[in-house]
Design a protein around this ligand. Structure first.
Ligand SMILES: [Zn+2]
Length: 266
């Protein structure tokens, strides 16, 4: 499921289209369009230029302009990737994948929105107000948020730590895999209450979140190498990569959670 690092990877894919003009938009499945029909979507974007993509949490925003080097003005594309979405840069003539729902055609190639489950999708904001409305519920981006604001927002309500970290209204971008990895790195039990954390815990959690995201963003996903918790997620005999203790697995806030009872004591 795409989280902040994955969407950072999709942002780099979308950069291939920066400064390029849309020749046409092909809608293969209009179900991924939210609040707009295929014809109106195609008309609104044809011959427009893509500006540099921007990411907030798990959202990718691509402003467009009427001419190259013109200051970008709405319409702005807002893409969400749900459970299974991705962006692909393809050559003309590359075979269409069965889950390619939307193709933006440029002279240099094609930007394709690929999604199997179609749980979320693509919005087109015609005014800046619409962009703001769509993102209004989101907290600050997890890569941007400072230590003090992180501590303040995370501890605002008393609740279990892991669901609070994943709450997009608290901070935007952290999903299930990132949350487990960050808590393991910071050596904090995911079941702890937000309001039980001391200043040193919150500092460490913030620092480990930043470090983890920096590494993961570089590769465009949460790495699953042997030194990462994620790398052991699907093993039958799951062991902590740091201390070799048997890992625990339990549903917390409805999500499968993995942690080390030795490194992350209750
Ligand atoms: Zn351990």
């Amino acid at each position: 499921m795409p989280e902040l690092p994955d969407v950072a990877g999709f942002r780099r894919v979308a950069e291939q289209a920066t400064g390029r003009q849309v020749r046409e938009v092909r809608v293969h499945d209009a179900q991924v369009l939210r609040g707009i029909g295929a014809d109106a979507f195609q008309r609104a974007l044809r011959r427009r230029y893509f500006a540099e993509p921007r990411r907030h949490g798990k959202w990718l925003l691509i402003a467009t302009a009427a001419a190259v080097n013109a200051s970008p003005a709405p319409p702005t594309l807002l893409l969400h990737f749900g459970m299974t979405g991705s962006l692909q840069w393809c050559a003309h003539g590359d075979e269409l994948h069965q889950h390619d729902r939307l193709v933006f055609d440029f002279a240099a190639g094609e930007l394709r929105y690929r999604d199997m489950r179609k749980l979320t999708g693509i919005h087109l904001a015609r005014e800046q107000d619409e962009v703001d409305d769509l993102l209004a519920e989101l907290g600050p981006d997890a890569q941007e948020i400072g230590t003090d604001e992180f501590a303040e927002r995370l501890t605002r309500t008393r609740r279990r730590l892991k669901p609070a970290l994943m709450d997009q209204a608290v901070l935007a971008g952290i999903g299930n895999i990132c949350a487990d990895e960050i808590l393991w790195r910071a050596r904090i039990d995911p079941n702890r209450s937000t309001t039980d954390l001391g200043a040193a815990d919150l500092d460490r959690l913030h620092r480990e979140m930043r470090a983890m995201l920096r590494e993961a963003v570089r590769v465009g996903r949460v790495p699953d190498g042997a030194s990462w918790l994620t790398g052991h997620r699907d093993e039958p005999d799951r062991r902590c990569p740091r201390c070799s203790s048997a890992l625990r697995r339990m549903r917390i806030g409805g999500r499968s959670t993995l942690w080390c009872p030795t490194c992350q004591p209750a």
